[in-house]
Ligand binder design. Structure first.
Ligand SMILES: [Zn+2]
Length: 141
């Protein structure tokens, strides 16, 4: 389950992207960094990302994106949580707040969303961080 502060951000205002687009290099770098963590289902998600497109973007100005695995034959990931891996970016010099990055998987086991949020809710100010700055978090079972 998501901690409460994660659930708060789920009222996102999504703009559909039609036709679906490829992940941009900076977005893909974040997902690949998240998928470098070890957790159940990780290998299947690594396979899914090859056929994953962006189907929606958050309209608040934050970089959150809705994902869809287009390969009908893709294997569902047997993840144990809807957010099997997340990360935080330590507070930057200019603001003493952490940015959080969550990889969501839907109930069928497919990549669903890359979510960014800030502790203070000022998500529109988020810029996609340097993947090297991410501190990966796999919550215990
Ligand atoms: Zn947003």
């Amino acid at each position: 389950m998501c901690p409460p502060q994660n659930r708060m951000t789920k009222n996102l205002n999504w703009k559909p992207i039609n036709p679906p687009r490829n992940l941009r290099p900076d977005e893909l770098a974040i997902v690949n960094k998240l998928l470098s963590a070890a957790f159940p289902g990780q290998g299947d998600l690594v396979q899914q990302i090859k056929s994953t497109k962006v189907i929606s973007e958050c309209q608040c100005g934050c970089p959150s994106i809705g994902l869809k695995v287009l390969d009908q034959g893709a294997k569902p990931a047997e993840v144990h949580k809807s957010v099997p891996v997340e990360a935080q970016v330590p507070p930057m010099a200019e603001f003493k707040l952490s940015t959080h990055v969550l990889l969501h998987v839907d109930s069928k086991g497919f990549l669903d969303e890359l979510e960014f949020y800030r502790d203070d809710g000022e998500n529109r100010l988020i810029k996609i961080p340097d993947p090297e700055s991410l501190e990966l978090i796999v919550l215990p079972e």
